[in-house]
Design a protein around this ligand. Sequence first.
Ligand SMILES: NC(=O)c1ccc[n+]([C@@H]2O[C@H](COP(=O)([O-])OP(=O)(O)OC[C@H]3O[C@@H](n4cnc5c(N)ncnc54)[C@H](OP(=O)(O)O)[C@@H]3O)[C@@H](O)[C@H]2O)c1
Length: 318
Amino acid sequence: MRTTTLGASGPEVGVVGLGCMGMTFAYDRQGERDDDTSIAVVRQAIDLGVTLIDTADAYGPYTNEELVGRALAGGWRDRTVLATKVGILTADGKATGLDGRPEHIRRSIDGSLSRLGTDRVDLYQLHRVDPRVPIEESWGAMAETVAAGKVRHLGLSEVTVEQIRRAQAVHPVATVQSELSLWTRDPLPEVLPYCQEQGIGFLPFSPLGRGFLAGRFTSFDDLPADDFRRELPRFQQDALRANLAIAGQVRQVADRIGVTPAQVALAWVIAQGRHVVPIPGTKTPAYLVDNAGAAGLELGKEDLAELDALPAPEGGRY
Ligand SMILES: NC(=O)c1ccc[n+]([C@@H]2O[C@H](COP(=O)([O-])OP(=O)(O)OC[C@H]3O[C@@H](n4cnc5c(N)ncnc54)[C@H](OP(=O)(O)O)[C@@H]3O)[C@@H](O)[C@H]2O)c1
């Protein structure tokens, strides 16, 4: 797979990464987890050159890091750039709040290392800025994990340029992870250009619109009863129906060039910049191969222009 670096000076990674969240959290019937297949997907990803593997202590909580740790045992860890996150609290599969206090961060890294079965993570990300804690304090505690040799690089998630600047004054910011896709373009005017200027890697999350842009859902009823997407405005029946026009146009472009809608959605994201590394989530071997294939797809000018001109979706992100 074609590679890039995480920002100007970070480690080398395949231009498509793998998000592991949905393997144990948020999506589908969580009672019907298939860990063996998920483990096989993580290892297959590494074999395909998808080396950036993303998880978080909040996913579960903890079940996702445990699963990724099992997948990376036996030498697989050394072939990955392993990313996890701290700062969102969850219980019983639901978010319950934020905790960016230094003591929480100092405590959390050891749990993550133990669940992941490693003595150092490559990228430790502040999952959200806790509005009760000055970012300098959270980021200072993150920097301590680097000084202690437990972490190589630090990343932020869902931040403004101002928050990135404040963090940079304390310790370098290697990456910013925020939602970016054909139907979520919020980072394009400010955050992404700032990251490019500063040599910060940008990791689009939910680059497939949580599966919608890949053509997975045509009705609210396609979503399992305990699926987190049932709570999101864009997936409510009326909005979803209106948004089918967007997925339909993505499919048209895909059909025209002979690829899949997921590959078009990912290639558009990758085209937004040199240090942009999307982390599509999947637990399905065929989808993984599909997504990895997007690394070699360069969209033509006309295709990009058509995708750029897609209408804004109906309904907010959250
Ligand atoms: N920083 C944050 O706050 C934050 C928030 C959300 C997510 N994330 C990260 O971003 C990662 C990806 O985001 P996401 O999982 O929310 O959304 P996504 O990558 O946009 O979409 C995932 C969904 O698309 C389906 N899918 C994947 N590849 C497909 C293909 N080729 N064809 C058809 N369907 C396909 C998956 O199905 P299956 O799962 O059934 O295979 C899953 O339902 C997460 O795993 C997580 O690591 C971070």
